[in-house]
Design a binder for this molecule. Sequence first.
Ligand code: ADP
Ligand code: MG
Length: 249
Amino acid sequence: MIEIIDIRKTLDGQEVLKGVTLRIEKGELVAIVGRSGVGKSVLLKHMLGLYKPDSGSIVIEGLDIVRFCTRELCKVRERFGVVFQGGALFDSMSIFDNVAFPLRERLRLNEQVVRQKVEEVLEDVGLLGHEHKFPAELSGGMRKRAALARALVTEPSIVLFDEPTTGLDPITLNSIHRLIESTHKKYNFTGVIVSHDVPEVFSIVDKVAMLDMGRVVEFGTPEEITKSRHPLVRAFITGSPYGLQETQS
Ligand SMILES: Nc1ncnc2c1ncn2[C@@H]1O[C@H](COP(=O)(O)OP(=O)(O)O)[C@@H](O)[C@H]1O
Ligand SMILES: [Mg+2]
């Protein structure tokens, strides 16, 4: 479904990805974890075709996108919903119009269908009744819900989340995780979540990939990752800076 095979990418003279291989099955929810600056966002951008790897291949639902032209990439991107850090809502639009945006601009659906779809997804994320508010009037958690609604409204087969819970208090963080879990069940998308919330995110995902030193250093179920003997994984999940320094020197 999503197959990343030995991709390498140098940005600004620094080799950020040094042979990343990752296979995500259809319908799976996978977390990508790792320290800041290891290339998690860069990896997500490769899946979207926003970056091209220097070598290696990226297969999205059977399509090798590496040699695709802009027009072909735009077509592939229609399969994706994205929830980026910060939510990226349009401040000048109501929640309803924000969520309706891809349906009106991209799919050009008639207003009756738009209304029906927007109301359904707003209900799924618990925002029905708030659709006339503007982003500035919402709490941080509600803005994340609105961003999720906008990503889901086109019923994408793949949803990418880049740190969807950054800046939230623990209770709101938990409610957003539960929401990702419930919408994943209902919409059946293949999901990739870049997350700092370890171990919290482990309770909602099928698999975890830990990225470090330009590679996937461990990949497995949350239970397998929790039991991993790999020193970088141990150091990361116990929050110990010493293990990291030892293995790097
Ligand atoms: N467009 C870019 N140009 C140059 N360097 C970049 C660019 N995007 C990311 N990088 C570098 O790549 C590394 C990985 O970045 P990123 O994927 O954003 O990390 P994170 O794992 O925190 O998401 C960082 O060192 C960052 O400075
Ligand atoms: Mg990032």
